[in-house]
Design a binder for this molecule. Sequence first.
Ligand code: AP5
Ligand code: MG
Length: 196
Amino acid sequence: MKYYIIFGPPGAGKGTHSELLVKKFSFLHISTGDLLRREIAKESEIGKKVKSLIDNGELADDETVLRLIENVIICPALECRGFILDGYPRNLKQALELDKLLAKRGSRINGVISLIVDEDTIVGRIRRRALIENRKDDLETETILHRIKTYHTCTEPLIDYYKSKGCYYSVDGSTTIEEGFESICRIIERLNSEQQ
Ligand code: AP5
Ligand code: MG
């Protein structure tokens, strides 16, 4: 089983590329943002607890997100060859928990693919998405900027963590989706063949 993280700020294209990777490599896409939004839509206990945090661009608590991740990683479908983790981990504590969870299964992160995109581009993408999708955290510029700030403060330090583990790869995320996807596939194909 392969475990890849697709990494980057809000609006970088994590979800877009994850969906394409699912089709190409028979991976399962786990987006913690999608899992949390599903809980909110169901009005579950978890959903009620995290709703205002997510709507305001704050991170949900580590314990809740870890429980959601564990549930999906533990029972993959038979045809699943691996996982694309999108939006997890988002801070060092989550990264350490993930390492522990995978170590228990005799696995590790095979690669972290980081989408590099400048702030004006991601704000523009999120604003356009707000016209199509109905995400509360996309509606106000202040919330979008707060999510970007949270990324810089809590999530970006993980770049050094994964660099030190030798599994960090960056990709230009400001190109067309097709060009970006080609670069990501080249990295995954190389890692898959080196790490058979
Ligand atoms: P999450 O859902 O993960 O949101 P995010 O990180 O802010 O990222 P987005 O989903 O906005 O962007 P994306 O990178 O997926 O880009 P996309 O492909 O959609 O998290 C939401 C919230 O949940 C968090 O703020 C937090 O509250 C909570 N949460 C989630 N995980 C958590 C965790 N681990 N711990 C605690 N809390 C957590 O692309 C964006 C748009 O651009 C799309 O319209 C797309 O079509 C377009 N686009 C993409 N690529 C290109 C391109 N190359 N060219 C042109 N357009 C493009
Ligand atoms: Mg997303």
